[in-house]
Design a binder for this molecule. Structure first.
Ligand code: NOJ
Ligand code: CA
Length: 591
C-alpha cells in the first residue's frame, strides 16, 4: 500500500561489494558486538494482546487472557515478551493512539491485572518489554484537548501547530490519512496540526523540553514497576524541523529518509539515556533505524550512550510492487538473491559494534509463512520451520511473532467490512474518493493487509479457535480447525515443537548468538547458506528456500561434524553434496 510503502521500503538497495573470505572471517578480531549482554542472548516473543486470548467473552484479548497462558510462554523457552500497547486508548490504531500513558485500556483490564502479569512473567524467568508510543498521542489525550483549546494554552507547544493566517503549511504526507495529508485544519483556533499517522494521532513536539520531561516521567513510572525495557514506536520520526521546509517532489516515496533525519534526534536520545535509561538495567529498541546502516549505528553504538538496538525496514520492503495509487505485495513472490543481500548487509552493519534485530513478521505485516514461505498444505510445515531456523540462527536478537510458531497463515478477507485496520479502511476511502479500481485494490489488500497478522491466536479446534467465547473483534482464520496449538502440542514433529527445539538450541550455543556470519554460495537463487563462527566453533546453516528438491554442494574444505543440530526433515542425505527436500533446513556443526 502506498501509505505503508515508505515505512516498509526504508532503505535504497545497495549491493555488497565483497565479502571477507572464510579465512579472514575465522581469524577476525572479536569486536564490541561480542560483549555479552542479556538482551543479545534473549529471544523476544511478540504478543498482540487484542488477538492473543480473551478471558471474558467480549471478543477482545486481554491481560487476564495472557496470564492464563503464561505456562505456554514458559514452555516456549523464550526469554522476553514484547507487548504491543496496552494503555488507555480510543483504538483508532489499536492502542497506538494513547489517551493516558499511565492507565491500562479498560478493555484489556486493570493495573492490578498488569502487576499480576508482570509478576507472573518474572516468576517464570521471562522479561517484559513494553511499547513506548511517543511520536504521537491520541487526540483524546488531555494534553491535546488542552493544546487545541486556545493558542495561549500552556499545552499548546506539546504539539505542532501551524497558524492558518500564515497560509497553508508545506505538504507533509500522512501514512494513514484519507486525504494523504498530515496537516489537519482545526477551526477552533484557526490552525493546522501535524499528524504523520491518522488524524487521531497528533505528533508530539519534541522540541519542547517540558514534553520531553513528561515522556521521561512516564518511562520512569513503568520502569519503576519493574518492566525490562521499551520498544520505541516510530521513534526515528520524533525530531522535526519545525520551520517545516519544503521537501523535494516525490519525497513521499522515501518517507523514512525525510522523516527520520530531523534535527536534534540524537541529542534527545542522549538526554533520555542520561536522565532515564542509564539508571536501569533495561533494553531499548528503536522502531526504525534511519535510512542507512550508518544512520542505524548512531542509535546503537555503545560509545554514544543512546539505545541498544534498532530495527530496520529494508527486509520488509522486499517484494513490494508499486501501482500509481498504492503498493502491494507481489503475488509472484520475492527474489531470494535480494533477500540474502539485504540480510547480509545488515549483519555486516553491526559486525564490529552495535547490535541488530532479526524478524520476518509482526503486527504490521502479513503472516511470515504466507509471505516468505509457502503456505500450501504440503509446504506450510517445512517452510515455517525453515523460516524459524533462519530467525534463530542469524546474529541479532530474534523478534518472533506469536502464531508463527504454529505456522499461522494469512486469512481470508473479501469485503472491506472484513478489515479492521485504520490503514486499510482509510486507504479504501481515499481510493473511493478518487474513483480508483476498488475490486483490484481489495484483491491486493487481502494479501498485503496488516490484518493478516492480527487474526486471533489459534489455541484449539473449539469455536473461534478457543480465543473467545464471544464474537472476536476480527474474524478468526477458518483454518484453525487443523492449525492450532492443542493439535501441535501433541505432535513431536509439529512446527510448534520445532520452534521449541530451535529456541533451546540458540540458548545452548553461543555461536548462534555471537558467532561471525559468512554468506556462502552468494549467487545461488534457491539456497541460503551461511556459516557462523565463534572461536574454534563453526556451524553451517543450509536453507532450501524453494518448494522443489535441490542439491547443494559443500564448498571445498567444509566438512560436517556428526549429526545435524537441527533438521526439519527426519533425515539428511549428505556426502560432498546435500540432497535437500523442499524447504529443508539444516543446522550442522563443522569439523
Ligand atoms: C508502528 C506500529 O508498529 C504500527 O502498528 C502503528 O500503526 C504505527 N507505528 C503508528 O504508531
Ligand atoms: Ca476480553
Amino acid at each position: 500500500m502506498k501509505r505503508c510503502l515508505p515505512l516498509l521500503l526504508a532503505l535504497a538497495l545497495e549491493l555488497l561489494a565483497c565479502l571477507p573470505s572464510v579465512a579472514q572471517q575465522a581469524t577476525a578480531v572479536v569486536g564490541g558486538a561480542n560483549k555479552p549482554e542479556w538482551w543479545k542472548e534473549t529471544i523476544v516473543y511478540q504478543i498482540y494482546p487484542r488477538s492473543f486470548q480473551d478471558s471474558n467473552g467480549d471478543g477482545v484479548g486481554d491481560l487476564k487472557g495472557i496470564i492464563s497462558r503464561l505456562d505456554y510462554l514458559k514452555s516456549l523457552g523464550v526469554g522476553t515478551v514484547w507487548l504491543n500497547p496496552i494503555y488507555a486508548s480510543p483504538n483508532d490504531d489499536n492502542g497506538y493512539d494513547i489517551s493516558d500513558y499511565r492507565q491500562i485500556m479498560p478493555e484489556f483490564g486493570t493495573m492490578k491485572d498488569f502487576d499480576a502479569l508482570l509478576k507472573g512473567m518474572h516468576d517464570r524467568g521471562i522479561k517484559l518489554v513494553m511499547d513506548l508510543v511517543v511520536n504521537h498521542s491520541s487526540d483524546e489525550h488531555q494534553w491535546f484537548k488542552q493544546s487545541r483549546s486556545s493558542r495561549t494554552n500552556p499545552y499548546r507547544n506539546y504539539y505542532h501547530w501551524w497558524p492558518a493566517e500564515k497560509g497553508k503549511p508545506t505538504p507533509r504526507y500522512s501514512l494513514f490519512d484519507v486525504d494523504n495529508n498530515a496537516w489537519k485544519y482545526d477551526s477552533l483556533t484557526n490552525a493546522y496540526y501535524l499528524h504523520y499517522f491518522s488524524r487521531k494521532q497528533p505528533d508530539l513536539n519534541w522540541e519542547n523540553p517540558k514534553l520531553r520531561q513528561e515522556v521521561y516521567s512516564i518511562m520512569r513510572f513503568w520502569l519503576d514497576k519493574g518492566i525490562d525495557g521499551f520498544r520505541m514506536d516510530a521513534f526515528q520520526y520524533v525530531a522535526k524541523d519545525t520551520t517545516f521546509p519544503a521537501f523535494p517532489a516525490g519525497y513521499e516515496q522515501d518517507i523514512v529518509r525525510y522523516y527520520s533525519s530531523g534535527p536534534h534526534l540524537h541529542d534527545y536520545i542522549q538526554e533520555m539515556n542520561r536522565e532515564v535509561i542509564s539508571k536501569y538495567n533495561v533494553v531499548t529498541i528503536s522502531e526504525g533505524a534511519g535510512a542507512s546502516p550508518e544512520d542505524a549505528m548512531k542509535f546503537v553504538d555503545p560509545a554514544r550512550h543512546e539505545l541498544n538496538m534498532a530495527y530496520h525496514f529494508e527486509g520488509m520492503g522486499i517484494g513490494y510492487k508499486h501501482d500509481k495509487d498504492y503498493d502491494y505485495l507481489d503475488p509472484q513472490g520475492y527474489n531470494l538473491l535480494e533477500f540474502k543481500k539485504v540480510y547480509t548487509r545488515w549483519d555486516k552493519a553491526f559486525a564490529e559494534k552495535g547490535w541488530g534485530t532479526i524478524y520476518l513478521g509482526n503486527h504490521d505485516q502479513v503472516r511470515m509463512v504466507s509471505r516468505w514461505g509457502d503456505d500450501r498444505p504440503a509446504f506450510r510445515a517445512p517452510s515455517s520451520k525453515l523460516l524459524t531456523t533462519f530467525l534463530l540462527t542469524m546474529r541479532g536478537t530474534p523478534f518472533y511473532y506469536a502464531g508463527d510458531e504454529l505456522g499461522m497463515t494469512n486469512s481470508v478477507f473479501k469485503s472491506i467490512t472484513d478489515f479492521r485496520d485504520v490503514a486499510a479502511r482509510n486507504q479504501y476511502q481515499h481510493l473511493q474518493q478518487i474513483g480508483a479500481d476498488l475490486p483490484t485494490f481489495l484483491t491486493r489488500l487481502a494479501k498485503s493487509s496488516r490484518d493478516n497478522g492480527r487474526t486471533p491466536f489459534q489455541w484449539d479446534a473449539t469455536a473461534n479457535a478457543g480465543f473467545t467465547t464471544g464474537t472476536p473483534w476480527i474474524g478468526t482464520n477458518p483454518n484453525y480447525l487443523t492449525i492450532n496449538k492443542l493439535q501441535e502440542d501433541k505432535d513431536p514433529n509439529s512446527i510448534l515443537n520445532y520452534f521449541r527445539k530451535a529456541v533451546a538450541l540458540r540458548r545452548q550455543h553461543k555461536v548462534l548468538v555471537y558467532g561471525q556470519y559468512q554468506l556462502l554460495d552468494e549467487a545461488n537463487p534457491h539456497i541460503y547458506a551461511y556459516m557462523r563462527t565463534l572461536g574454534k566453533e563453526r556451524v553451517l546453516v543450509v536453507l532450501n528456500f524453494s518448494s522443489d528438491k535441490r542439491t547443494w554442494s559443500l564448498p571445498t574444505g567444509l566438512k560436517p561434524a556428526g549429526q545435524p543440530w537441527l533438521n526439519n526433515y527426519p533425515t539428511l542425505q549428505a556426502g560432498s553434496a546435500f540432497a535437500l527436500q523442499p524447504w529443508q533446513a539444516v543446522v550442522i556443526g563443522l569439523q
